[in-house]
Design a protein around this ligand. Structure first.
Ligand SMILES: *Cc1c(COP(=O)(O)O)cnc(C)c1O
Length: 389
């Protein structure tokens, strides 16, 4: 039974185990940096970060300075933290105040770090992603030397990011890997303590030569497949389940409809279950007449238009359906022998699994557990935990 209209149940033990499994695949001495940007891909950043550290991560990464600050305020104080994104002047100060490492690729960036009070920097070479970083290895090397000599600045890392690591048959990945390997060989010769890192989850899983000194894993940590197909094929456990319930059951005669625009009209007598969840929760409108929900251990089609707060499923013609009022409804997760993954939902929306969990809104309480055991209240920093109604 779900006690709330909709909850995201997050198993921190799954996050721990996913980290341990990733760690076991890494080259000897390679560090696991877990990416908890976008509120831990929708799972909740502080709880995900703690679970990751339990599971063997030694560092954390986020995209913005606010995210760094949030982790520090949640009591994650001593773990090395990398802000990977671009930073405005005030964001740079915020990141450095949070004792986070930052990414640089110009001499001005390095000087700005010094002027803002100093901090640790990672120099980024753009080997082909075409976003942040400099494309010029000579420029990147000059920034390395300045960072190594500038007062109050510490040269901490050298990095890049792959554009096509999730595309198994791609030559561009090899091209990027070669550029980065060549550049960092020189950097390491002069600065042996620099932490060299490139791999996201996909690269970490597919290519040990991309491991270097550290990998930056996000999606796999949450038990989703970086190749968007099947997390179980990589021995990853999905950490998040999205659970609602059947708030109402009504019989529906042929010709009767459900929802805005009457996009579903019953062709036969059936029963409709109303679920109090909608696009205001991040269950997107593109899933209208285009998803399944697990109720009573079986798959039921979502019918009609997903509205902001409600949607309907076809429970079938059996008069027995009325007893399903109050039943748990699983939108993502397992029930009985059936399972719906974020990957399944993503395919229906022609997007990727990342967007499914990141898109869950603040209105959905994150409820944490360890393999079914609720976490202690003080371990939880989500909205108030669900109480039985
Ligand atoms: C988000 C991000 C990652 C993590 O990517 P996953 O595919 O989720 O493992 C790594 N590095 C950078 C620079 C990122 O922005």
């Amino acid at each position: 039974m779900s006690d709330r209209r909709v909850i995201a149940r997050v198993n921190v033990s799954a996050i721990e185990r996913n980290c341990a499994r990733l760690k076991a695949r890494l080259r000897e001495g390679c560090e696991l940096c877990v990416v908890v940007k976008a509120d831990g891909y929708g799972h909740g950043a502080p709880a995900s970060a703690r679970a990751a550290l339990e599971g063997g991560a030694s560092r954390l990464a986020v995209a913005g300075s606010r995210e760094a600050l949030e982790l520090r305020q949640a009591g994650i104080e001593d773990t090395p933290l990398l802000v990977m994104g671009a930073l405005s002047e005030c964001e740079l100060r915020e990141a450095l105040d949070a004792q986070a490492d930052v990414v640089v690729w110009t001499e001005q960036h390095v000087r700005a770090v010094g002027e803002a009070g100093g901090g640790r920097v990672h120099v980024k070479l753009d080997t082909g992603m075409g976003r942040l970083g400099t494309r010029d290895p000579l420029q990147a090397s000059r920034v390395i030397e300045l960072a190594a000599s500038e007062p109050r600045v510490e040269l901490a890392g050298a990095m890049t990011h792959f554009a096509t690591a999730d595309d198994g048959a791609d030559g561009f990945f090899e091209h990027q890997l070669r550029l980065f390997t060549d550049w960092t060989a020189q950097i390491k010769a002069a600065h042996p303590d620099v932490v060299v890192h490139a791999a996201n989850s996909a690269a970490a899983l597919r290519e040990p030569r991309a491991h270097f000194d550290m990998v930056r894993c996000g999606i796999a940590v949450y038990g989703m497949d970086p190749f968007w197909e099947d997390p179980f094929a990589w021995d990853l456990e999905p950490a998040l389940e999205l659970i609602s319930y059947i708030a109402e059951v009504k019989s529906c005669a042929p010709g009767e409809s459900a929802g805005y625009g009457r996009s579903f009209v019953a062709e036969r007598s059936t029963h409709l279950g109303v679920l109090p969840v909608g696009y205001g929760d991040g269950w997107r409108r593109g899933l209208s007449n285009n998803a399944e929900v697990l109720v009573d251990g079986a798959r039921h089609p979502l019918v009609g238009t997903v509205s902001m707060d409600n949607m309907t499923v076809d429970l079938g013609p059996s008069t027995d359906s009325a007893r399903l009022r109050g039943s748990q409804a699983v939108l993502v997760g397992r029930q009985g022998h059936e399972r719906i993954t974020a990957e399944d939902v993503a395919k229906r929306l022609e997007t990727i699994n990342y967007e499914i969990t990141c898109g869950l809104t603040r209105r959905v309480p994150r409820v944490y557990h360890r393999d079914g055991e609720p976490l202690e209240a003080q371990e939880v920093d989500a909205p108030p935990a669900a109480e039985p109604a």
